[in-house]
Design a protein around this ligand. Structure first.
Ligand code: PLP
Length: 432
């Protein structure tokens, strides 16, 4: 492998940041990419390119990436068959005045692999389709309350439940309520409180913690007993945990499901899929936008799903994720740090967790810094792609070993603050 690490410094990143700071509110288009999640002063702020699972920043530093475009780049950067499909389509047209056959072809592919997908529509962002699913559920059931469990995007119906709800009319507050994952009673309480009014339960089928046995089936039963739909938000789990998503992996088929990210290897495409009878209500519901049916993303999705099917890429991703998680946790244990740090989550989608303590963010920052020094870009949510092969996983585990050795020394010597070469990271805005 060519040299990885931060040897070139971050001068160019800082120059772009200076230009952005008075021009772009928050400095970024996506909060998860912004500098608060990385050590300000040490970490690169701008990346220039990616190849396989390695990214290069604007100063020429090369890092093995585990952010993978926030989980969107499922096969790898510059993946040959996907790039060719995009380029071929680019030579035909990007977006046209009438429909394009790819809409039909990709819908058929999705119907083939996703259990609930009798009918399919497309959006651009995950938020498009979670919001469409919610509107559809309300139209189909003629009810108004939504019970949700997870993160579902930036639209009013969901963000009203979060701490960042400024700008959203408080009148919406009563219409979306949150329940606790793996706590069927928390859902029962809400179902009883809003009896006869619940249109849908929308949830991430798995976040960091695996569902308890029967939990997903119990949620489905409870929703149906109360005349509500079950929507699985598979924006993160779809085309990742299994080709057919968490619904296939756990054997619980929802009424509707939403997908995004991994489906098009980084191109902006999301999917709303579900039972034909329910989906047909979209004949009445308004869900329509200029870039619906844009073809570069559909061409990318077609090539991505075909590649996933032909090469069982999801199995590879899960095997590599399992190795990273199990061996990573063993190394953490060897340094006696497992009470402070752990790697958790489904194998294809792993997360570093840090026990809550006053120095948690400092520990997280220090570990991120030492991994970065050795050429690894870890974010709060980490994804293994098909381009992460044995070699990169082994390199990462070796880097983790060295970084933990430095961390444990710094903790013993009580000099974490002095050794941090920038500002500690802020808490993640998206709760697990
Ligand atoms: C589970 C889940 N649902 C919905 C969304 C929103 O997707 P987007 O940011 O593409 O709108 C996300 C984004 O991270 C997500 O993780």
């Amino acid at each position: 492998m060519d040299k990885l690490g931060m040897e070139n410094g971050i001068q160019n990143s800082e120059l772009y940041w200076q230009r952005a700071s008075s021009l772009i509110p928050c400095g970024t288009q996506c909060l998860s990419k912004g500098p608060t999640q990385f050590i300000d002063g040490y970490a690169p702020k701008y990346l220039a390119s990616g190849n396989g699972c390695v990214v290069t920043d604007v100063d020429g530093n090369r890092l093995i990436d585990y952010g993978m475009g926030l989980g969107a780049v499922s096969l790898g950067y510059q993946y040959p068959s996907v790039n060719s499909a995009i380029i071929n389509q680019l030579n035909e047209a990007i977006t046209l005045t009438l429909m394009h056959p790819l809409e039909v072809e990709v819908s058929e592919l999705i119907r083939e692999v996703v259990p609930c997908a009798e009918s399919v529509r497309f959006g651009k962002n995950g938020s498009d389709v979670t919001s469409a699913a919610v509107r559809l559920a309300r139209a189909y059931t003629r009810k108004d309350i939504i019970l949700c469990g997870g993160y579902h995007g930036w639209h009013d119906w969901y963000v009203i439940t979060t701490e960042r709800s400024v700008g959203i009319p408080p009148v919406l507050e009563g219409l979306t309520k949150k329940f606790t994952y793996n706590d069927i009673n928390s859902l029962k309480i809400l179902m009883n409180k809003y009896k006869g009014r619940v249109a849908a339960v929308i949830m991430e089928p798995v976040g960091v913690i695996h569902p308890q046995p029967h939990f997903l089936a119990d949620v489905k039963q409870l929703a149906h007993d109360n005349g509500a739909l079950l929507i699985f938000d598979e924006v993160l789990t779809g085309f990742r945990i299994a080709l057919g998503g968490a619904q296939q992996h756990y054997g619980v088929t929802p009424d509707l499901a939403t997908f995004g990210k991994a489906v098009a290897n980084g191109m902006p495409l999301s999917v709303l899929a579900g039972k034909a009878e329910i989906m047909s209500e979209l004949e009445n519901v308004f869900f329509s936008f200029t870039f619906g049916g844009e073809m570069l993303s559909l061409a990318a999705a077609k090539a991505t799903i075909e590649e996933m099917k032909a090469h069982h890429t999801v199995d590879h991703v899960n095997a590599m994720g399992k190795r990273l998680m199990e061996q990573g946790n063993t190394i953490i244990e060897q340094y006696g740090l497992s009470e402070r740090i752990g790697i958790q989550g489904p194998h294809a989608k792993t997360l570093f967790v840090y026990s809550e303590a006053p120095d948690t963010l400092l520990i997280k920052s220090f570990l991120q810094q030492e991994m970065m020094r050795r050429g690894i870009l870890f974010t709060s949510y980490n994804y293994v792609s098909y381009s992460h092969k044995e070699e990169q996983i082994q390199y990462t585990l070796d880097a983790l070993n060295d970084a933990l050795s430095e961390l444990s020394k710094a903790m013993k010597q009580n000099n974490l603050v002095e050794r941090l070469e920038g500002k500690a990271v802020a808490p993640v805005f998206r709760k697990a």
